[in-house]
Design a protein around this ligand. Structure first.
Ligand code: BEZ
Ligand code: FE
Length: 287
């Protein structure tokens, strides 16, 4: 007869050990580390809040509806990660940079590969809406030297708060998007519109969750940038309009004080605003 007292049957007190003991000896060590920790934290959470059967059912239903709202155009799970601050945390853990280097923030769901490469100074706003704005600055290395051949992939919403991909039948393709490449002096310049604040897509389970928590879905006005150059870490970031009312309560926690840009009055008659921002790149370590 087997001695039942030695068998690791599931108990409330020994729940973590019961599950983690099943991980096979040949399991990838990193997978083991991640999954064992996940089980520890998940079980501790359920015990901490004394999760009821009904609440567990609500959570399963929420996750099911979240999954059903994911396809090639909509990724409700990433949105969930964004509003829980997890996207920003994973980004922070993986993009620690020396002081002075431009900081990252969330990519967001509206980046599109393959935007047109435009000449410096070109216009990206194609729908004729909004307040004109000149975006200019330099791409520099940490030692202050200009970075030539740096690629700036930029995108923002239109004056009504929607990205072109959210309104394919209304906005021109590639509205408020473009790619610019710096010359020897590292400077960049392009024309667009002063970005406006907008709500993240809130017609799904994540929006319902925000509502239940008394949270708003808004993001402060921003221009997205991916700045890349050979020999440097790629920066995925935004510049934020410095006086926006949602800066301190961004729905996805993307704001960093180093990324604020003050909108100054434009100098020429056809440009109402001007935003000047320098990007500072961190050289890739050569080990
Ligand atoms: C955005 O800035 O485009 C964005 C970021 C996170 C969630 C939704 C939108
Ligand atoms: Fe955005």
């Amino acid at each position: 007869m087997t001695d039942a007292s030695n068998i690791n049957y599931f108990t409330e007190a020994g729940s973590v050990e019961a599950v983690n003991a099943r991980v096979g000896d040949e399991t990838n060590p990193r997978l083991r580390e991640v999954m064992e920790s996940l089980v520890r934290h998940l079980h501790a959470f359920a015990k901490d809040v004394h999760l009821t059967q009904e609440e567990w059912g609500v959570a399963i239903d929420f996750l099911t509806r979240t999954g059903k709202m994911c396809d090639g155009n909509r990724q409700e799970f990433i949105l969930l990660s964004d509003v829980l601050g997890l996207s920003m945390l994973v980004d922070a853990i993986n993009n620690r940079r020396p002081s002075g280097a431009t900081e990252n923030t969330v990519l967001g769901p509206f980046h599109v590969e393959g935007a047109p490469v435009r000449a410096m100074g070109d216009e990206i706003s194609l729908d004729g809406k909004g307040e004109s704005c000149l975006f200019e600055g330099r791409v520099l290395a940490l030692d202050g030297k200009p970075v030539a051949g740096a690629k700036l992939d930029v995108w923002c919403d239109n004056a009504e708060g929607y990205y072109d991909v959210q309104q394919p039948d209304i906005q021109p393709k590639w509205n408020n998007r473009g790619v610019f490449v710096t010359g020897a002096d590292g400077t960049y310049a392009f024309r667009g519109i002063r970005p406006v604040s907008y709500p993240i897509p809130d017609d799904g389970p994540v929006g319902q969750m925000l509502g239940a928590l008394g949270r708003h879905p808004n993001r402060p006005a921003h221009m997205h940038f991916i700045v890349s150059a050979d020999g440097y870490e790629t920066v995925i970031t935004h510049t934020f309009v410095a006086d926006d009312k949602w800066l301190t309560s961004d729905a996805v926690f993307g704001v960093k004080s180093s990324l604020l840009t003050k909108m100054e009055p434009g100098e020429s008659g056809d440009t109402i605003w001007k935003s000047n921002f320098d990007f500072v790149l961190n050289a890739v370590r050569k080990d």
